[in-house]
Design a protein around this ligand. Sequence first.
Ligand code: AMP
Length: 111
Amino acid sequence: MEDCIFCKIIKGEIPSAKVFESDKIVAFNDINPKAKVHILIVPKKHIESVKHLQGGDKDLIGEIFLTTQKIAKEKNLEGYRLIINVGREGGQLVDHLHLHLLSGDANMNSL
Ligand code: AMP
């Protein structure tokens, strides 16, 4: 947890381009964008991954999605893709739960 890069961003120890912040959630631009819009929506609580979610996190999960919807509305995104990688085999590199919001990519229909 002390070495968690997203915890450091949340604490302000590492700079980030924040687009949203509340008491429970922060959202910032991905440093290595894979689309025109690539925002990470991150709970402030350190939860390693979807695998580590518990019943008590239900409200937080809802808030992550509603925050994503709010950001997408504010940015006038007509359509977007949401991705959550889980575990190394699932492509997760940062072990702090986060949702990728992607939009404006030419390959958006590839899946
Ligand atoms: P994942 O592979 O799902 O764990 O995604 C981690 C994402 O975090 C990648 O898309 C990285 O580009 C992004 N990332 C890593 N470090 C930073 C940082 N300091 N600021 C913003 N995004 C970052």
